[in-house]
Write a protein that binds this ligand. Structure first.
Ligand code: NAP
Length: 311
């Protein structure tokens, strides 16, 4: 295959280590698919991985590609792949270790790639995988949220929080959440009530929620306990060693590290296809402008996804 362009880096560090360079795409291995990327979306984990915060998991092999979420067209399949074929329009996520979605071509494991609903744009589809999957696994799988129950989402307008709110509402649950003062109208438009600020007094909402989902990792344990009904569950997606220990003990606290499964990713894609799940795109830039846009987003975070397109 001819060389392709991708954003990659040769050492862990700040956004200044990023380069747009040619690379030689590897053919898909067994159980993998190779995709011509149409759009890719940024997530906070891209920054954490690039900075070296996760190097125990991501290793020391360079150059490393950046980015996980993508939507595009399958151009090759590895041995054993029968569900997907060349020409299929898909969305999915590159593995934590491999990354490399901010590129013209990416390789991903088959079970992290599903059909793109025809009514979604490439940008809308690329915005979904990490946040949609994490929200689905938190609210539906781990939270076991049912119709008539109530969930509180700390950070309800981030990518994961907004996805969780929409998924919970579609399951017939009610959703309360926290956001900034200036964002209250946006949360209200989503159907969230009550809405409180990040520093709220949990005592005023005591024992009102079956599930407490802390997307920001900043909710004090005591506040989560106060919010929960007896038998409720508290889910955190920003793991620390202490949180992993608490998660292993009996009690309501659980840490979630999302992992792509075909069924969950497909449920997320279907929900988006039906209009249940929508992620606002804050900015869409071509690959050639993506390093500047990633740097800008990191220095001045804003709500909505940063999407990178390739022609
Ligand atoms: N464990 C996993 O599998 C997994 C998967 C996906 C993501 N994550 C992690 O989960 C976090 C959220 O991801 P995301 O994609 O939703 O990020 P995001 O889109 O940047 O959203 C973060 C949200 O947190 C809000 N926030 C900021 N300060 C806060 C505070 N002090 N208290 C409560 N909320 C606060 C932000 O509000 P403003 O926009 O108003 O600042 C924003 O709504 C990230 O740290 C990410 O790395 C973990």
């Amino acid at each position: 295959m001819t060389p392709a362009k991708r954003i990659q880096y040769h050492e862990y560090g700040g956004p200044e280590v990023l380069r747009l360079e040619d690379f030689q795409p590897a053919p898909p291995g067994p159980g993998e698919v190779q995709v011509r990327v149409k759009a890719a979306a940024a997530n906070p984990m891209d920054r954490k991985i690039r900075s070296g915060e996760m190097k125990l998991l991501t290793g020391r092999k360079f150059p490393r590609g950046l980015g996980h979420d993508f939507a595009g067209v399958v151009i090759a399949v590895g041995d054993g792949v029968t569900r997907l074929g060349v020409g299929d329009e898909v969305l999915g996520g590159a593995s934590l270790r491999a990354a490399g979605a901010f590129a013209e071509v990416v390789v991903a494991e088959e079970n992290a790639v599903v059909a793109k609903p025809a009514n979604l744009s490439w940008e809308e589809a690329a915005a979904l995988p990490v946040v949609g999957l994490t929200a689905f696994q938190a609210v539906v799988n781990l939270g076991r949220l049912r119709a008539g129950q109530a969930v509180f989402i700390h950070g309800c307008l981030g990518g994961v929080g907004r996805s969780a709110a929409q998924i919970a509402l579609a399951h017939g649950a009610s959703v309360g959440g926290s956001c900034r003062d200036t964002a209250v109208p946006e949360a209200r438009d989503l159907g969230i009530s009550p809405i409180v600020d990040f520093d709220f007094d949990a005592a005023k909402l005591a024992k009102r929620f079956d599930v407490v989902f802390d997307t920001a990792g900043t909710l004090p344990v005591r506040a989560a306990r106060t919010l929960l009904k007896p038998g409720g569950r508290a889910i955190d997606i920003n793991p620390t060693p202490a949180k992993f220990v608490r998660s292993a003990l009996p009690g309501p606290f659980r840490v979630l590290v999302s992992k792509a499964t075909l069924a969950d990713l497909d449920a997320v894609a279907q929900a988006a296809g039906k209009g249940i799940l929508r992620l606002p795109v804050a900015r869409s830039v071509p690959l050639g402008e993506a390093i500047a846009a990633l740097t800008d987003f990191e220095r001045s975070p804003r709500r909505g996804k940063l999407v990178i397109t390739t022609s």
